[in-house]
Write a new protein. Structure first.
Length: 92
């Protein structure tokens, strides 16, 4: 899934999946399966991710992975251009 807006969301939106609660705070958010794990990426602006009783806030260019539903996300890290391209390719 890829959400995009021309500017930051004027009203908070929240996406609920069986893996996580995803709240885009900037202009875009990506979420989906990548390398056999659920992943969330912040391509433009911040994204808040709640899963497994843990909340993380991603800055632009950062992503997290979640091993299984009910598990917490790992620590945010900057994604490589290759990883970003593979994520975006899942929704094109």
């Amino acid at each position: 899934m890829l959400l995009q807006a021309a500017e930051a969301w004027p009203n908070p939106i929240v996406l609920l999946t069986s893996w996580a609660r995803i709240r885009p705070l900037g202009k875009a958010a990506w979420g989906g399966m990548l390398d056999s794990r659920y992943a969330v990426f912040a391509p433009d602006g911040e994204v808040e991710v709640d899963a497994g009783s843990r909340r993380v806030r991603l800055a632009s260019g950062e992503g997290v992975e979640i091993a299984a539903p009910g598990q917490p996300p790992d620590a945010p890290r900057t994604w490589s251009p290759d990883r970003i391209a593979r994520a975006v390719a899942t929704v094109q």
